[in-house]
Design a protein. Sequence first.
Lengths: 298, 684
Amino acid sequence: MMPYAEPQLEPVSPPQAMPAAARDTREFVRFTRLHRTLHACMIVSFLTLALSGLSLKFSYTRWAVTLSRLLGGFETAGFVHRLAALVMFSTFTAHIVSLIRQKRRTRTSWRSLLFGPDSMIPNRRDLREFIATMKWFVGFGPRPEYGRWTYWEKFDYFAVFWGIVVIGSTGLTLWFPVFFTRFLPGPFINVATIIHSDEALLATGFIFTVHFFNTHLRPEKFPMDTTIFTGHMPLAELKRDKPREYAALLAGGELEAHLEEPQPAIVVKAIRVFAWIALTIGFSVVIWIVYAMVFAYR
Amino acid sequence: MPFSRGSSALPPRRGHGARCAGLSPLLLLLFVLAAAARGSAATDECLACHGEKSLATRRNGHSVSLFVDQKKFAASVHGSLQCTSCHADLEGKDLPHSVPLAKVNCGACHGDESQQHLKSVHGKALARGDALAPRCVNCHGNHDIVPVKDPRSAVAAIRIPYVCGQCHREGTPVQMNRAIAQHDILENYTESIHGEGLLKKGLVVAANCASCHTAHSILPHTDPASSIARRNIAATCTKCHANIELVHRKTIRGELWEKQANTLPACVDCHQPHKVRNVFYSQGMADADCMRCHADARLKAADGRSMLVHLNDVATSRHMKVACSQCHSEVNASRVRSCETITHKVDCTACHEEIGQQYARSTHGQMHAKGDPNAPYCKDCHGTHHVLGKRNPDSLTFATNVPDLCARCHREGQKAAVLYTGVEHWIIPRYTESIHGKGLLKSGLTVTATCTSCHTAHRELPASDPESTVNPKNVPSTCGTCHHGIEEQFMQSVHSSSVTHTSQPLPACNDCHSAHSIRRTDLDGFKLDIMKTCGRCHAEIAATYFDTYHGKVSRLGYTKTAKCYDCHGAHDILKVSDPRSHLSRANVVGTCRKCHSDATRRFAGYLTHATHHDPRKYPFLFWTFWGMTALLVGTFTVSGVHTLLWLPRALQMRRELRAEEAEAAAEDASSQPRPPEDDHDAVR
């Protein structure tokens, strides 16, 4: 999940008191602590949901039976799945609440929040950038000057909204079938099963391939882009990847306010271990899905 | 009834004697009447002397009375005859006559009886000149003969034992000096049910000596014509004991008594002659005789088998009251080695006739009939002398011992298992691990099904035989002998041939529960396999079940979810259209509520066998699935193409980045002392 970013208004780094001779090692702060926390919660809950859910979806494979046992048997897996769902709902809710609180704190209007330059809402510029990107891909133009949020990042962000709504609602239907069939026909449970399961397949497939590539595994960032975990982005990367944002910050004289010393080495190391585990699980799931869909489909 | 005198074979002491044996009964009657008409005067003449009580003579030193009681004679059956009718040699003689007179020949009138007596042991002995041989007069008396029905008759039924007992009782010259096989005849008879009936209860119809031995044709039992010859005994006894077969049906098929009496035990084998009681006698008439030889440990058969018999084996067995000769029949008591007439092996069916028929029908029996050495015979399972009942825990046929008994041949690698060509293998270990085997062998429940409970003890037949208890048609009733309630349910269900009429094979108990590896139905193994089991026939419905939540969960090894029988019932499966079905409109909500306690009718509308592959049956599922699939394919296609197009550019950027980094590093190295111009350049 790519959370909506707050405009960085408060100084987060010490004032400019650099010794002239010292090389500046400070990095650009792209994500706040809340963003990073929510993303970590998202990773944990998403992986948990994927593993426990897919073990049921692909129950006809040996893989699924083994995995279900590893998760403590089906009953426990079901419990874990619902618990993870609650974590994800909470994460989602926390994000929405943070947006509302940010709006109140900054006393901005909904309009500027939703349609301002740093908004996640896709706009006309994104369309232009998409077209320019296509041209760049096929060699008919330069790389577009992306701003704070690229169109694919916005797509990922809203994919989560879509997924939460679709998978979440059908998931609740399956969780409380007796309640929902008070006003829905019985066969809707069957429909909900298909939607829940296929949408989950889409989500896991998309996250573990496209999202991983787009934001973590792009060759120029290989093997891993840790920005979402550390919150920090090397300034050079900002300049290269988000030239428009860099230019705007430079022009507004706000850049210094967004610079911070790098995370301690131990933190970065821990983050890398966590991220690698998540990536490994994600890729394993992709391989399993492909195996289940192609070789063992029923 | 008049008697006869069978003395015509003897040379008369006087030279002549009248013969009227050849006359027809009519002429005889005329003769008697004529004699009576003119005879009274002659009789009176005789009585002139013989009417005197003191008239006597000496014979062999003894004084013998020659008195004839006129009253008694007149009251006798011969009262109307003249003395000379019998004492024929006095006819026309002057009185007083000379002595001695010729022996009276009763056969002159009583020809048939006379002939019978002539051929009997008594007659033959008389012919030999045996002084102890009885003649007519010895049983019937002389001048005072009354009809046999008259209680005063010497040969009235109630007196016969005494008449015969005059000679045939212990201590008499006959019993001591002649070859009489039986002992204590009179005493035993008196104590027997017959003697008791006759002598104590006065039942004149009770059998007396003559009832079995006949009155005049008394012959030894070795004579085939004898009424007590082995072959004729049944006929003799059934003269009174009509339809006695009916009460012996369990042991002897009635008609065999008359047709093949030699292969069966005769009445007297169990109900010993003269000792007849309505109970079996513990004293075998010949056991002691058998043991004269068979108690010897050195006794060997021709093939080297020991012929030693431990009488105690029999005495502690089920056959404790059975004598050797009752099983080892065909013995002949008249031989010194009475067993030398035995030509056949012990045939248990002589008594256990019904079981014998079952065995003959069984695979075992059919193999045995063909002379197959592998075929088990009675003794292979039941043993020989020490045969014990199936309720005796020491018995080979006691419930807990049955699996081992059958395993002797049916264990894998043993002779029966080698011959077997069917699909049931490892029968013994599988049974041992089955719920029945555990119940029997681990829990010691002797009522648990053993081999014989299903296959029967004596009538084992292959499942392919329509008469077999394990034929699919008969399996429900076989299992139903114990699981009766289940059978009742099953017979009402769609799986019963009485409900569903189809050419397809219907399942029997063993199709779901297996034959020998029957498991507990409340444990996971059975619960998880039941879907596969039902799926063997209901392939499509099982496949769609596995498409739903219940099926997927159960496939993960989770049993607390709806399985086939949770909704459809186990043995009481009915068509959904049947109002009694668990899934009928009236019952379906209740069925769901077994797990989903607050289920509603709409909840019950959940499609438990839904598939998204059938656009006609489940169009909304079909289109939902394909809509979702289109969404997936679309999204992955767009993003995939996007990523693939991006990849070359990203690689290019990486190369440029590396080049820049290398350049920067080189620049750094060459201009190390120079400080960076500003922050931004420094980061670079």
